[in-house]
Design a protein around this ligand. Structure first.
Ligand code: GDP
Ligand code: MG
Length: 448
């Protein structure tokens, strides 16, 4: 989806002037991109209508930079579609907080229990996992393995023993298991209880009765519907039914890493009335991200997702350095030195494709598209390495003869040097635009 939006936006950016016709064309292209990405038809209709009203209104016609203004209108509407009323993803205010996961079979409940436990441990909590899926014996074992793996991971990171306990009682009915887990958590000095409940392939009364009984007996503080982003329209129907019958607080959208279209995130709130709280982006325990509407809108519009990138970076480098990088983007004083730093950091963080998509501008989108092949990375690094420090600070001084020297030094073609310089300029321009439009300000508040 972000590639499509990137193209659309580029067309607006490149033609300085704007008229009713290219606005109509731009809106038409957005409509098509959304429908192709499986965004719910009603959602598309509403969004297009609102964008059209604003874009064709006086606001845009009078604007000095209609292209930017147009993108801002779309940005605003995307955020409105996805945003959650409370900023905090998962407020923990009590001595003992109960979180209940519900959803269909295979949606990712058990995996998400483990991921959420890790997320909360990182914030200083001590969760107890509860295996309340007695439908499939393997589910209990799966949760136990997750708890053990997570305990080992944290122990290694902290250099001291850390255990993630898993409570199970296969002979008991699930509502009893969940109820019994609460005093056990208190005794064990856990401050969070995460309930992994059973799913079915299809919604049936027995499942709903069981879940309602668990809800009644444990009074969970948060009930999350876990939804597989790959299952399309069916998943929305079940989300709606779960919400009507169980009353969910939010959605965890899983398998976003394998959902190339990425349309689900845009429809959930409109269709179910409940916001997305987290997204799953892989099978591993650390593959869970907080969902923030403004970050997602930036990503969709090809403006990158700098805040998430910084979040990830913070896990690997010290906070100060990450903050410095972010500040440079905000001031648009980002240089080739920083780009090189960032590349090296990204290489350490793994999953290059996803991470590149978080950088603003065409470089990010383009690199996300190609099969990233370390060699492309190395070539760009080689080019930057062949620049003098002054050139890295002020790439604008790089003229023809300098380009030739750089290409020879790095063993690349002059066109490649040109391409990198163009993309860098564009990236910086985008940072400037975002800075001026106050978008960074919004992102800053998202950083909390
Ligand atoms: P449950 O039946 O709802 O408990 O689902 P599971 O947690 O057992 O997950 C079903 C499958 O989906 C497992 O193979 C998981 O590894 C996989 N899975 C869960 N979340 C994600 C995700 O975010 N990305 C990917 N790629 N796979 C996931
Ligand atoms: Mg399960």
């Amino acid at each position: 989806l972000s590639n499509k939006f990137y193209d659309i936006k580029n067309n607006f950016f490149s033609s300085g002037k704007i008229n009713e016709k290219n606005i109509q064309d731009g809106i038409k292209a957005i409509e098509e991109a959304l429908i192709n990405a499986d965004v719910n038809f009603r959602v598309v209709k509403g969004l297009v209508k609102r964008v059209k009203e604003k874009a064709l209104g006086e606001e845009l016609i009078k604007s000095v930079k209609p292209g930017d203004q147009f993108v801002q209108i779309v940005h605003y509407e995307l955020v409105e579609l996805m945003k959650s009323d409370d900023e905090e993803r998962l407020p923990i205010t009590k001595d003992l907080t109960v979180i209940m996961m519900v959803g269909l079979q295979g949606s990712g409940k058990t995996t998400t229990c483990g991921k959420l436990a890790r997320y909360l441990i990182k914030k200083g909590h001590r969760p107890l996992l509860v295996a309340a899926d007695t439908q499939r014996p393997a589910a209990i074992e799966q949760l136990k393995v997750l708890g053990k793996t997570l305990g080992e991971q944290i122990s290694e990171e902290r250099g001291e023993d850390f255990e993630v306990p898993v409570y199970s009682a296969p002979q008991d009915p699930p509502p009893k298991i969940c109820k019994d887990a609460i005093p056990i958590a208190k005794e064990n000095n856990n401050d969070i209880v995460i309930l992994d409940t059973a799913g079915r392939l299809h919604i049936d009364d027995a499942l709903m009765d069981e879940l309602l009984s668990i809800r009644k007996k444990t009074k969970p503080d948060h009930v999350f519907f876990v939804m597989d982003s790959m299952t399309g329209q069916n998943a929305f129907d079940s989300a709606k039914i779960f919400n009507e019958q169980i009353n969910i607080d939010g959605v965890v959208l899983t398998k976003l890493d394998s959902d190339a279209k990425g349309g689900a995130a845009l429809s959930i709130k409109e269709v179910t009335g409940k916001p997305v709280k987290f997204v799953g982006v892989g099978e591993k325990l650390d593959a869970l991200e907080e969902f923030h509407a403004d970050r997602m809108a930036n990503r969709i519009l090809g403006m990158g997702d700098i805040v998430t990138l910084v979040d990830k970076a913070e896990q690997l480098m010290d906070e100060e350095k990450a903050e410095e990088m972010y500040q440079k983007m905000v001031d648009a004083s980002f240089t080739m030195h920083d780009l090189l730093d960032q590349f090296q950091m990204i290489k350490k963080m793994g999953n290059l494709r996803d991470l590149m998509g978080m950088l603003p501008g065409g470089l990010g989108v383009q690199m996300q598209n190609v099969d990233i092949d370390e060699s492309i990375f190395s070539r760009i690094e080689a080019i930057i390495h062949s620049m003098t420090p002054q050139e890295r600070d002020m790439p604008d001084i790089i003229n023809g003869s300098r380009k030739l020297r750089i290409s020879k030094g790095s063993g690349t073609k002059v066109q490649e040097v040109n391409q990198l310089l163009n993309q860098f300029r564009e990236m910086r321009k985008m940072m400037q635009n975002m800075s001026k439009s106050g978008m960074f300000g919004n992102m800053m508040s998202g950083m909390g």
